[in-house]
Every structure is written in C-alpha cells, then in structure tokens.
Design a protein around this ligand. Structure first.
Ligand code: PLP
Length: 465
C-alpha cells in the first residue's frame, strides 16, 4: 500500500503543478496534433509497467496538449473550473470507487445525493419535493427529464409507453424556442419523439409568448413545451410567467433547460429574472458549468417523482434494491445509467464549501464581469455589442465576418485568454462566457486589452477587409 500512497502523493504534486501553471501557460495549447501524437503514441508494452512511471509519462506527454480550462482566463463555451473542495472530493470519489447505481453499491454515495437534492432545490428555487438525477451533463439531463415528460403525457392520454412503446401511441407534440440548445433536439431524437415544432424567438433568443400561445392553440394533443433560462450565446431568459401560464392552460408539460441560467435563482439580486421557474414540471442544469464542479456533472429535477421514477427505474433478480424509494435511494431509478460514478460527492463538497452566500457571490461576480467586459468593448476599435447582458454571456462582433474571425483568431493565438466564436443572426460573432470561480476584474481587463490590441493590429494590417 505504501507504493500506492507514494504514487498518490506524487500525483497530487503533478496535479498541483498543473494548477500552478494556470497563471502562466497559454490558455489554448500550441502543440500540433502531430506533436501530441508523437509524445502520446508509444508502443503498448507486453509486460506491466511501474504505475509511477506510467503516470509520470502520461502527465509529461499530455501537458503540451492541455487546455487551461480551469483558469480564470478561459472564457470559452460555458465552462466552469474545479472549486478546490469539489476537485478534492472528486479525487476521493475515484479512490472510494463506489458504484453509485444502487444504495448497496455505496450507502454514503446514495445519502449524499439525497442531501444535495434538498440543498439544490432550495438554492435553485425548485419545489422542495422535486426528485433529482445525477447525470453526465445537461444533455443526459434532457434525456431523463423528457423521458419523464413522455411517460407522463402519454399516461394522461391513456397510453403506457413503458409497456407498449411508441408505435401506435398518440402523437406527442414538442414545442421549442427557435434558439433552444441543440441538446434538446438530440434528446428528443433519442427518445423517438422526432423533430420538435419551432416557436419564434426574439432578437435575443428568448421564446415569444404570443407565438407559443398560437402554437399551443393550433392543435389539441399531448404537448411538451421546452423553455430555456440562459441562451448559450446571449444568456437570454424565456419569459417564464407567460410561458408557464400558456403551458398550464394547455395542460402541457413544461421542461426548462437551465444548463447555466438556473443558477441565477441562487442569487438574491438575480432571482427575479427566474420568477415562475418553479412552475415547470422538469428542469435541467449542470454542476460542471456555473457551480464549478469538475467534469462531468449534470442534474435533472422533476416535479413528478413518480413519473421520473417510472420512466427510469429497472429491476433485475440479482439486484439488491430498496423498496420504498423515500427511505433510501437507488440512484439507477432516477437516471439512464446502470453503473456509474458517485457524482454526488463533488456536488455536495462544492455546495458546502461555497455556502448559500458563496454560490450567490460566484454567480453575481460572473455577471458583473460580463457587464464589465461588455462596457469595456467601447474601447475596442470596431467592436459591436450584440446582446443585452442579463447574465454571464457577452456576444459581439466586428464590422465584417472576416474581421470578426481574424480578430478572434489573433486573440486565441495570443494565448492570454480564450473564447469561442459562433454565428448569430446569420453573421459571425464572438461569445464570452464568464463562468469560472477564479475570474475577476483583472482577467476581464486582460481580455479587453487583448481584444483591443488584436483589433488594432487587424485594422493596421488588413485594411482591405
Ligand atoms: C443552454 C444549454 N443547454 C444545454 C447545454 C449542454 O450541456 P452539457 O454540455 O452539459 O450537456 C449547454 C451547454 O453549453 C447549454 O448552454
């Protein structure tokens, strides 16, 4: 065992070395795929190798291809870092190596999920008795929440989808905003529900309530409405009170994609933006985004635990399952996986280490940083802000698509900060997401300075664009 202890100590040093390097390393690595392959593609040995050697070599070979994703200078996609307590709990999760499918696969792993469920429902302003599933990310959270919706809406129409499948079932209608996230479509595809009906969104990407009411009135069928809090480019939040009114008068199931935006409910300053969110039937969010839990960690909540469980639960004669779901939790009853990682430990640790005020401060600081960046764009030659900065997302572009792409490429190559591009309204754009627990005014200032000099360089060297 002492060899393993030595290995883990050495590994802790390697991990800490990486974290220490985050202040200095280029955010996106400069190594080419060929260079990385040359380091990583070693012959598989016939004989076992010393674990310490394997880990040392893995760390050394991988280092030039690591993105400084946990850094406060990373503004790409919607990506959180790893809070220290969550990272450490995640290490313990690997060491404990519980199979979090059943209570008997690890009683503490099950109880920790139950406890975190209560904290999360309170923080996110969801019904206190909502059920929860710990999944890989919002993608699988959609699959789970929409499976519960499919089960329940067909049950209300007199159809048992678990027993009889979809062949011959009443047609289930799914209405989504034009700017819903693509993971909703994939979840629907996996569930055999086909392509959704698109409802108009406004210029910020929020669903237009009149269009939703018209779409609901167009047919009398079992219906799921998918709303969104936090559009991936703009952060736009659907008008929840009106969406919830429309969905409930039509007897529809309301599913909310809150991959990052749901965390606004944890802030007293921002909570009002999410008024009405508690009226939905299912919700999805990520812990690996704004809560800054290491990958992977998504969450699904359901206001109808019996439908959630009916859609997911399985039994087999060899499984030791607990009857009476309220007493102890068999996690496989609440998600699509059978065996799985005990994801609850890291979520629990993140929530405890931040506390209520810490979660609120993290969310509010990220939003303040997004506003700082948006305001600072006034100093960046040619930059045009495209969104109302309601949360942590900033969307902007330059005069032409070519210039937008060129400035972004220059910023990405510089290495000081990193953010991703997108298309918005038929044109190229740049999106900045502030989601990391370590991002503050200095990192935003650095991002603005990097854009200012990249834009100035482009203006000076590519005037023809
Ligand atoms: C609004 C929204 N929904 C869903 C997702 C997908 O989340 P995940 O990558 O955790 O599956 C994202 C990712 O950015 C998102 O922003």
């Amino acid at each position: 065992m002492s060899d393993t202890r030595d290995l883990l100590h050495r590994t802790a040093d390697l991990a800490a070395d990486f974290l220490d390097s985050l202040d200095d390393r280029p955010v996106f690595p400069r190594a080419t795929p060929d260079e990385l392959r040359a380091r990583i593609d070693v012959p598989l040995s016939d004989d076992p190798l010393d674990p310490a050697l394997v880990v040392e070599e893995l760390a050394a070979a991988s280092d030039p291809g690591l993105v400084a994703m946990p850094s406060g200078r990373y503004f790409g996609f919607v990506i959180g870092g790893g809070l220290p307590a969550a990272l450490a709990a995640d290490w313990l999760t690997s060491a404990w190596d519980q199979n979090a499918g059943l209570y008997v696969g690890g009683p503490s792993a099950s109880i920790v999920e139950d406890v975190a469920r209560g904290w999360l429902c309170e923080l996110l302003a969801l019904p206190a008795d909502a059920s929860i599933g710990f999944v890989t990310g919002t993608q699988m959270a959609h699959v789970t929440g929409l499976a519960a919706a499919r089960f329940e809406m067909l049950r209300r129409a007199g159809w048992d989808v678990g027993r009889d499948g979809l062949g011959g079932a009443p047609r289930l209608r799914v209405l989504v905003g034009a700017q819903r996230h693509v993971t909703v479509d994939r979840a629907l595809r996996l569930l055999g529900l086909g392509s959704p009906t698109i409802v108009a969104a406004d210029a910020q990407g929020a669903l237009v309530p009149e269009a939703l009411r018209d779409a609901l009135a167009a047919a009398d069928a079992p219906t799921i409405v998918c709303a969104q809090v936090g559009e991936v480019n703009t952060g736009a939040i659907d008008p929840l009170p009106e969406v919830a009114d429309a969905a409930s008068s039509a007897g529809a199931w309301l599913h909310v994609d809150g991959a990052f935006g749901l965390w606004a409910a944890a802030s007293p300053q921002l909570r009002e933006l999410l008024r009405g969110v508690e009226r939905a039937d299912s919700w999805t969010t990520d812990a690996h985004k704004w809560l800054n839990v290491p990958y992977d960690s998504g969450l699904v909540f359901c206001a109808h635990p019996e439908a959630h469980r009916a859609a997911m639960a399985i039994t087999a004669s060899y499984l030791i399952q607990e009857d009476g779901a309220q007493a102890v939790r068999d996690q496989m009853d609440w998600g699509p996986e059978f065996s799985r990682r005990a994801r609850g430990f890291a979520v629990y640790a993140a929530l405890r280490s931040l506390g209520r005020s810490g979660v609120a401060e993290l969310v509010e600081r990220c939003c303040a940083c997004a506003r700082q960046f948006a305001d600072g764009l006034a100093e960046v030659d040619g930059a045009e802000l495209l969104n109302d900065v309601v949360l942590n997302q900033v969307l902007f572009r330059f005069e032409t698509d070519e210039r937008t792409d060129a400035v972004l490429q220059r910023v990405q190559a510089d290495g000081a900060v990193w953010m991703s591009g997108t298309s918005w309204d038929g044109r190229r754009a740049i999106r900045v997401s502030v989601s990391n627990w370590q991002t503050g005014e200095d990192e935003v200032r650095l991002a603005l300075d990097t854009f200012a000099s990249a834009a100035a360089h482009e203006a000076a060297h590519a005037p023809a664009r």
